[in-house]
Write a protein that binds this ligand. Sequence first.
Ligand SMILES: Nc1ncnc2c1ncn2[C@@H]1O[C@H](COP(=O)(O)OP(=O)(O)OP(=O)(O)O)[C@@H](O)[C@H]1O
Length: 282
Amino acid sequence: MNNIIEVKNLSKSFGNKMALKNVSFKVQKGETFGFLGPSGSGKTTTIKMLTSQLIQTTGEIKVFDQLLKKQKDPLFMKRIGILTDNSGLYERLTVYENLLLYSQLYDVNQKQINGVLEVVNLQNDSKTQVKKLSKGMKQRITLARAMLHKPDLLFLDEPTSSLDPVNTKHIHDGLRQLNKQGTTIFLTTHDMMEAEHLCDRVAFLHQGEIKQLDTPQNLRIQYMDSSVTLLLKDNQSIVVDKDEKGAETIYQYMKSGEVISIHSNEPTLGEIFVQITGRELA
Ligand SMILES: Nc1ncnc2c1ncn2[C@@H]1O[C@H](COP(=O)(O)OP(=O)(O)OP(=O)(O)O)[C@@H](O)[C@H]1O
């Protein structure tokens, strides 16, 4: 089984509103797959359908090579981890007690708890009641919980949206580590840097439709412009085309020893998204 997820012609309507329009894609075993789009583009709706929380209007979803059942299948639920807004944490219990409950439910050795708390940088807060924590800290506990049973497939809906840069880094490191250990990750985000850091392939979602799907590197090459930028010793930077005339210009500057650096003008994923859809991601 090379594909962990296979989605064919998936659509979802809420009354007259088409939240997702005829979307098809595959997620390969072992990859981190990014589903990128602005607010309202259909990311959460997709995750909910892929995790049996919402039934599609039309189309087919296969996860672990099997058509998704309408009722939640306990065996399926054990193989996946989900992180969404809806945290479902017990506010009166401590951080540790919350994870302990979950570890019992999922038959996980409780020795794993301290490890995941370290990954999300909450090792010093394990005895604190959840109700006393900030939104970002609660988000980190939910992530620790989703990682605890080392799922085969982890769904993350905007996993770092309320986190500062230090904690975002902790989460990114943790996700990379989990991915290396074999967990396939399906991640939604509108943070292009996050996608660049984590994802093997990304799908650009806009108004419920996939507009592009490829590796970040292939997308950058596809949308790269036909010029390079030279930084010169007098701090001047000049842009030249990648043609014969440009080559002559570069040669002359190189010959006179004025060039500090030359770099290709690759667009960021955010710039590519704007090019394709005409709108910003945030
Ligand atoms: N239960 C619902 N009833 C009616 N419309 C809904 C429902 N859930 C989602 N929608 C609509 O479907 C569209 C896609 O919503 P969705 O939550 O999937 O977007 P999103 O990309 O996850 O956005 P965000 O980044 O803000 O979470 C939106 O127009 C939303 O208003």
